[in-house]
Design a protein around this ligand. Structure first.
Ligand code: SF4
Ligand code: SF4
Length: 343
């Protein structure tokens, strides 16, 4: 993979020049909340490494959209949300999150809405420093080697820039004068020092590689009942997780014709009580303990069985979000120690 160097002074002009490749999106504050949204001015971009509350998945797997319109004659897919876009400032764990969504939505047959959004979107990654709750060192997702068009590592007065695709290469060609391909040993040493320093800043870790076996051995653990007592079934953990992708579909009829309408897709959560409720009234996961067990088994074990890698990317959002302190760290620690957390 080709690596270039760019002076920090050029960042603003270069990023804003990418507008010709698509509508710019990035982390920005709206009503005080950091969220991925359209970027009009460079000053709106927040590149300080802070996590948005809702991850990048919302731009590829939107929380609600119209799939198609139908009437007596048939149906017509609605792809109106698909447009050329350039996402600025995606952290490594966010890019890993999108790669996990690729595993699900691009597996044959690909989901046309997801693949349409994915194929029309460029990703410009950015390095970050670990947040208070970051777990990406444990999950091996603190660096990324694929899934981006360009990736910028901030070394204060300059950036090292990885080119990850031919589109990324075209972007560089637009402003070739900003880039220098003479990356020196000194520059590489700066990068190595930066990584070593960053590695010391993680506050938490857990034994990620052992989790599939620990989950397998903990099926009847009282740990599940302990967390189930506290869980509110609110589903916030699944909404903020970059790799959760469950959805429901609803047909909304036009009341004037009664035979035409639209089908909508909307995020769902396996933490909701009616998620596994089927016709006849049987609920396959009627207890909170069963639902928690499903989520953690899927994140830390079952997804890897199916796709070759676990679906937790260590972003720490479940740590920041769950109102009763149930998250990948507290659950993993309790299962590993075979004891419930001390009050
Ligand atoms: S684990 Fe926490 S965030 Fe998730 S459903 Fe239960 S209470 Fe809500
Ligand atoms: S399980 Fe938690 S830490 Fe892991 S990816 Fe999901 S929200 Fe992030």
């Amino acid at each position: 993979m080709r690596i270039l160097k760019m002076k920090s002074d050029f960042l603003k002009e270069f990023l804003m020049s990418l507008e010709k490749f698509g509508k710019l999106y990035g982390p920005k504050r709206e009503k005080g909340i950091l969220t991925y949204a359209p970027i009009e001015r460079f000053e709106e971009l927040v590149l300080n490494g802070e996590n948005t509350i809702i991850p990048l998945k919302k731009l590829f797997h939107p929380k609600k959209f119209i799939m198609f319109h139908f009437d007596d004659e048939g149906f017509k897919p609605d792809y109106s949300m698909i447009e050329k876009r350039v996402i600025l400032g995606a952290h490594p764990c966010e890019i890993h999150g999108v790669l996990r969504l690729d595993d699900v939505f691009l597996t044959d047959p690909p989901d046309p809405y997801y693949s349409g959004l994915r194929n029309s979107t460029a990703i410009i990654g950015f390095s970050c420093m670990p947040s208070e709750s970051a777990l990406c060192k444990s999950t091996g997702t603190d660096i990324v080697e694929e899934g981006f068009d360009l990736f910028f590592v901030d070394l204060d007065d300059f950036f090292l820039v990885w080119i990850g695709s031919s589109l990324g290469h075209d972007m560089i060609l637009e402003r070739e004068d900003f880039f220098d391909d003479k990356v020196t040993h000194e520059d590489i040493q700066r990068y190595i020092d930066w990584r070593e320093n960053r590695d010391t800043l993680f506050k938490h870790s857990f034994n990620f590689p052992a989790m599939p076996d620990i989950i397998e051995l903990s099926y009847d653990s009282e740990v599940w009942d302990y967390f189930a007592e506290k869980c509110l079934s609110c589903g916030q953990c699944t909404m903020v997780c970059p790799t959760c992708n469950c959805y429901d579909v609803n047909d909304v009829f036009d009341i004037t014709t009664k035979t035409s309408g639209r089908r909508e897709r909307i995020w769902d959560s396996c933490m909701f009580v009616d998620y596994s409720l089927v016709a006849g009234g049987h609920n396959f996961r009627g207890t909170r303990a069963d639902r928690l067990k499903l989520w953690y088994t899927h994140k830390l074990k079952a997804f890897a069985n199916e796709y070759g890698r676990p679906s937790c990317v260590g972003c720490g959002r479940c740590v920041d979000t769950c109102p009763v302190d149930i998250n990948v760290l507290t659950v993993s620690e309790a299962l590993t120690r075979c004891e419930v957390p001390k009050q």
